[in-house]
Structure formats: C-alpha cells, structure tokens
Design a protein around this ligand. Structure first.
Ligand code: ATP
Length: 248
C-alpha cells in the first residue's frame, strides 16, 4: 500500500442480478489532494464503480464478487454509506438529488447529519459553502425544486461539503447543464481541491472538460480500464482525441 493513495480499488468485479457482469476487473487509485477522472461512454461502468466504492449497489441488486476496495489502506467494502461518510467519503449522485420540497439551506443542513461537532462548527461550514457558491446563498430560502439545474447541482455538492469530506465521489456533474455552467461548477471543484484540500473522483462523459480540470484520468470501456494517465498526456493521446475528445 502506497500511503499517498487515499482510495484504492483493486481488480473489482461487479455483477447485477447474479448474472450481468458489468465491471470486469477494475483497478484505480485516488491520491490525496488530487482530482481523478473516470471517463467513458454511456454504460461503460462509471456509475457502477462509484456505487461500488460507496456501497450503494445493494439496492440495485448489484454485488462486488471479486477484488477489494481500500480507504487509507483499510477495507471498506462492508461499510454502510453513512459509515463511509464518517470516514470522509461521500458520493454526489448523478441527477443531483436535492430534496425538492426543502429549501436550499435545509438541503445543505441535511448534509451535516453525521456530524457531532456542534452547531457553531456546522454554521461556519454553511458560510464556507456559501462562499464557494454565492448563488446558493441568494437562493437559500427557495424550495430546491424551484431552483435551476445548475443551482441543484451546486446544492448537491454543497450538501456533500457539509459532511466535511476528505473525498467526494462526483457522478456526472456536467449532465444536462449549459457549457458556461459546467465551467463554473468545474472551476469551483478546482478551488475546493486547491483551497480546502478535498480530493475528487469524478465520473464524466464530457471528456473534454474533465481532462482540463482533472490531474489524472482512467478511461473505462465495457467494464474495463482501457487506458490511464496524467490528464495532460491523455489530452494529447491520438486515440483519446479521436474517440473521446471529438464527442463532447
Ligand atoms: P451512464 O453515464 O449512463 O451512467 P456508466 O458508465 O455510469 O453510464 P453504469 O451506469 O455503471 O455506466 O452501467 C454499466 C452497465 O451496467 C450498463 O450496461 C447498464 O445497463 C448496466 N446496469 C446498470 N445498473 C444496472 C442494474 N441495476 N441492473 C442491471 N444492469 C445494470
């Protein structure tokens, strides 16, 4: 085990409904302080990989049948999602998933449910979230269901931040958003990484934007990692250019 690595996924296999083999031996590592991108087309297995890490496969009748997942060198495959949150790993699901009937601020506060460090600390972090997402502050009394798609994505990331995570697993943050908003959200991800030291593993179909903001990338195809490398190298790779950068 390399102690610069926060999260290590070793050769995992995932099967849905006992028969459908979706991940066929995926390995990857997320270093402390990095932004790592998990790339690949529709159905390549990105979401499945994130759900395997945060132990969210059960409700989808999926299971890890081979391999191991380590966080700080310790196996985490049997931890519940909330135990994992206590260890510092939180997933922001694809499709944003805010509680539509709650206000933006109430949504953010639900992110603090695992914390035991008192109201003052939680309120300080609410201000921290608002400093990264001024739009959420403006909209804090609005029902989340009435905010825009971009604001809901910000709200979902903000809610994750309220658990004081060390690592955020971010699924398809660009989905359904206009290019300018995608830039804005990735810019905030970069500042959270640089200023707050949050590490990210982000799944993205938008290879172009992901490789501009990430430090390292893995490309998945049909449940296998077919290529990985520093983002700057992947951006210049002829196959990546031909098959992925043209698409998005
Ligand atoms: P997307 O961007 O569409 O989410 P992805 O790369 O995240 O794509 P996954 O969602 O992980 O891909 O899906 C990988 C494969 O697993 C697909 O073929 C999908 O049909 C299949 N799959 C996903 N969830 C289930 C499930 N609950 N039961 C059976 N098969 C599933």
């Amino acid at each position: 085990t390399d102690d610069r690595q926060l999260l290590e996924v070793n050769n995992i296999e995932v099967i849905y409904n006992h028969v459908i083999l979706v991940l066929k031996g995926v390995s990857l590592s997320v270093p402390k302080g990095g932004i790592t991108a998990l790339l690949g087309g529709n159905g390549a297995g990105k979401t499945t990989t994130l759900k395997a890490i945060s132990n969210l496969l059960q409700s989808e009748r999926g299971e890890i049948t081979k391999g191991s997942i380590l966080y700080h060198g310790q196996p985490v495959a049997n931890l519940s999602p909330s135990d994992l949150v206590r260890k510092g790993v939180i997933q922001v699901m694809e499709g944003r998933h805010c509680f539509e009937h709650l206000t933006v601020e109430e949504n953010l506060m639900t992110g603090a449910y695992t914390r035991r460090d008192g109201r003052a600390a939680v309120e300080a972090d609410l201000e921290l979230v608002y400093s990264y997402f001024p739009r959420l502050k403006e909209r804090r009394r609005s029902q989340a269901g009435y905010t825009s798609g971009g604001e809901q994505q910000m709200c979902a990331i903000g809610r994750a931040l309220m658990s004081r995570p060390e690592t955020i697993l971010l699924d398809e943050p660009s989905m359904g958003l206009a290019p300018q908003l995608v830039e804005e959200i990735f810019g905030i991800v970069r500042s959270l990484n640089e200023n707050e030291g949050v590490s990210f593993l982000l799944a993205e179909q938008n290879t172009n934007v992901a490789l501009r903001f990430a430090h390292y990338g893995y490309i998945l195809e049909s449940g296998r990692v077919v290529m990985d490398g520093p983002a700057a190298e992947l951006r210049e790779n002829p196959d990546v250019k031909e098959f992925y950068l043209g698409m998005s």
